[in-house]
Design a protein around this ligand. Structure first.
Ligand SMILES: Cc1cc2nc3c(=O)[nH]c(=O)nc-3n(C[C@H](O)[C@H](O)[C@H](O)COP(=O)(O)OP(=O)(O)OC[C@H]3O[C@@H](n4cnc5c(N)ncnc54)[C@H](O)[C@@H]3O)c2cc1C
Length: 287
C-alpha cells in the first residue's frame, strides 16, 4: 500500500524544521524513523499533506550526562540507546525495556522521540519515561517548554505536544544507587506490540520498600502509573504477600480494553501476574 501524495521537506537544522512547521501548520507531520507514521499514512489513518524530515538534524542525536541527569536527543535511534553503556549504567530500566520494542531493523530506524510523540498505549518507552520521571523538552517558534512525563501522555495516541512543537530532548534523572528495576511484558509473538507490560522501580530503606514506581502498559488508553499499588507497597517489608497485595491493587486500577487478541479480563489477570513478578525481580536487584 502506498501513502496518499504529500510534499516532502528535508530540514537541515532544528531552526529550519521549526520555521517550516510553523508555516505549514497542522497539515504537516514530522518524519523521524517513519516506523509508525508511514504505516499510518499507508492505512489512511493520517493524511498529512507535508512531511518535514528530521533525519539530517545531527544536533538531535546524542546521549549525554549532565550531573545526575541523562539527556537524550529526540532523534536518537532505539538501537543506539539499547547498546549504550551510559544508558545501561544510569537507566537500566530503559535497557531492559528496549529489546521488547518491535524487531531490530525497526529499532535501527525508530527514534525515542518518535515513540514518545506517537504514544501507543502498549509502547515500552512511554512507560519507562513515566516510571523514571522524565521531562520532555520541546521547541516551537514561541520558544522552549519542559513537560513532565506525567503530563505529556494525554490519551490514546495523544500527547501535550502542540501542532507547531517539536520534541527535541528527553531529560531523565539517573537511577539512584540501590534502585531495583524490572520490565516485563507479554505479547502475542516476539516483536509484536504487547498485550500488557509492567515497568517497576523500587528501593529498600531500613528493611522496607520505598520510592516504588509501577507503570502498566495496556491497562488503559495510555501507560498508567499505578499509584494505589505503589502506596500499598511503600513502607512494607519486601515479601511475596506484599507484592501480591500491590499486584491486586494494580489489577483493580487497570481499565484494559478487549480486542481480537485478548479479553479485558485476561489482560487484567496478566497485569496482576506480571506486576507481582516484576516487583519480586526489582526487589531482588536492590543493592
Ligand atoms: C511491525 C512493527 C512493530 C512495532 N512494534 C512496536 C513495539 O512493540 N513497541 C513499540 O513501542 N513500538 C513498536 N513499533 C513502533 C516503533 O517503535 C516506532 O519506531 C515508533 O513508534 C515511532 O518512532 P519513529 O522514530 O519511527 O517515529 P515516526 O514513525 O517517524 O513518527 C511517529 C509520530 O511521532 C511524530 N514525531 C516523530 N518525531 C517527533 C519529534 N521529535 N517531535 C514531535 N513529533 C514527532 C511524527 O510526526 C508521527 O506522528 C512497531 C513498528 C512496526 C512497524
Amino acid at each position: 500500500m502506498k501513502p496518499p501524495p504529500f510534499e516532502y521537506k528535508r530540514a537541515e537544522t532544528l531552526d529550519d524544521a521549526i520555521a517550516t512547521l510553523a508555516e505549514a501548520g497542522d497539515e504537516a507531520k514530522l518524519l523521524a524513523g517513519g516506523q509508525s507514521l508511514i504505516a499510518m499514512m499507508n492505512l489512511r489513518l493520517v493524511r498529512p499533506t507535508m512531511l518535514i524530515d528530521l533525519n539530517r538534524i545531527g544536533d538531535l542525536d546524542y546521549i549525554r550526562r549532565n550531573n545526575g541527569t541523562v539527556e537524550i536527543g529526540a532523534m536518537t535511534r532505539q538501537t543506539t540507546l539499547e547498546n549504550s553503556a551510559e544508558i545501561r549504567t544510569a537507566l537500566p530500566l530503559m535497557t531492559a525495556a528496549l529489546p521488547h520494542v518491535a524487531h531490530k531493523p525497526i529499532r535501527n530506524r525508530g527514534t525515542i522521540g518518535g515513540s514518545l510523540a506517537h504514544n501507543d498505549p502498549t509502547a515500552e518507552l512511554p512507560a519507562v519515561a513515566i516510571a523514571c520521571g522524565a521531562t520532555m523538552i520541546t521547541r516551537s517558534a514561541s520558544g522552549e517548554r519542559s513537560i513532565a512525563a506525567a503530563d505529556f501522555f494525554t490519551g490514546y495516541l495523544e500527547t501535550a505536544l502542540a501542532d507547531d512543537e517539536i520534541l527535541t530532548a528527553i531529560h531523565i534523572p539517573a537511577s539512584a544507587p540501590g534502585t531495583g528495576y524490572s520490565f516485563m511484558e507479554i505479547s502475542p509473538r516476539k516483536g509484536d506490540y504487547a498485550l500488557v507490560g509492567v515497568a517497576a522501580l523500587l528501593t529498600v530503606k531500613d528493611g522496607n520498600c520505598a520510592d516504588v514506581r509501577i507503570v502498566c502498559m495496556g491497562a488503559g488508553d495510555r501507560a498508567m502509573r499505578m499509584e494505589s499499588a505503589e502506596n500499598s507497597l511503600n513502607g512494607q517489608a519486601p515479601s511475596n504477600d506484599a507484592f501480591r497485595a500491590a499486584a491486586e491493587a494494580a489489577a483493580k486500577s487497570a481499565d484494559p480494553s478487549a480486542d481480537f487478541h485478548a479479553s479485558a479480563d485476561y489482560r487484567r489477570d496478566l497485569i496482576r501476574n506480571l506486576t507481582q513478578r516484576a516487583l519480586a525481580e526489582a526487589s531482588s536487584r536492590c543493592q
